[in-house]
Unconditional design. Structure first.
Length: 144
């Protein structure tokens, strides 16, 4: 038995790290959308501001499967006057990629600094312990 699904046109509002999106349907409802298998296999990127086709099950109207991303019109503008992400144009997508790589690099540098500081602290503690051991041995040797 095939389940009843309704297909809607929608606008992607927000993206989450696990390839899920908040999508606003044409009737104003916000639905949690996930990418369909063929779109995932073909590496079709979806960003906030993209216009998509989503199928929503009648059993769970809060979730839907994104089955199609509409192509952009000239200069990255959509047909409607709905809210559009500033990363909607090709130049904006490059900017987004650049910001992500910059953030990754900064995070790696921060983590690297923390790792180096942690290693230096461990080395310093080991050196202190070694000096304390040496001093205690010297004291024992001087008593004999």
């Amino acid at each position: 038995m095939k389940e009843n699904k309704k297909i809607h046109e929608a606008l992607v509002i927000a993206s989450f790290p696990n390839a899920m999106f908040d999508v606003r349907l044409e009737n104003g409802n916000v639905v949690l959308g996930y990418i369909s298998g063929p779109m995932r296999r073909n590496c079709i990127m979806i960003l906030p501001g993209d216009k998509v086709k989503i199928e929503v099950s009648s059993y769970d109207p809060t979730k839907g499967r994104i089955i199609f991303r509409f192509p952009k019109t000239k200069k990255g503008k959509t047909d409607s006057n709905e809210e559009v992400s500033r990363y909607d144009s090709p130049k904006g997508r490059r900017l987004l990629r650049l910001q992500r790589t910059r953030a990754k690099r900064e995070r790696a540098e921060r983590e690297g600094k923390e790792e180096r500081e942690w290693q230096e602290e461990r080395e310093w503690e080991a050196e202190r312990e070694w000096e304390a051991e040496r001093d205690s041995k010297d004291k024992r040797d001087s008593k004999d």
